[in-house]
Write a protein that binds this ligand. Structure first.
Ligand code: ZN
Length: 90
């Protein structure tokens, strides 16, 4: 297979970007390698919003990276505890 044709085949086989456009439909462009979004929707290196206080008006810290990570960790622990409890109950 010719190189250009092989690249096109790889692009066709790539997972699709699921970012929603203004129409409300998913973007459907090929996602970049190792990412869930395309080059235009956060998949490119350096793309996306700036991190930390350079992005947004923080009012109470509920949506900082650290707070989001803490909630995810707590959810994971809670789900694990629930699964163990369900296993004990049989
Ligand atoms: Zn996209």
């Amino acid at each position: 297979m010719e190189l250009a044709a092989m690249r096109l085949a790889n692009l066709r086989a790539a997972p699709r970007c699921l970012a929603k456009g203004r129409s409300g439909k998913p973007c459907q462009s090929p996602a970049t390698k190792g990412k869930a979004r395309c080059r235009l929707h956060g998949g490119a290196v350096g793309s996306g919003a700036p991190h930390g206080s350079r992005n947004g008006a923080f009012t109470n810290g509920a949506w900082t990276e650290e707070a989001i990570r803490q909630r995810r960790d707590a959810d994971r622990i809670l789900a694990s505890a629930r699964a163990q409890l369900a296993a004990l109950r049989g």
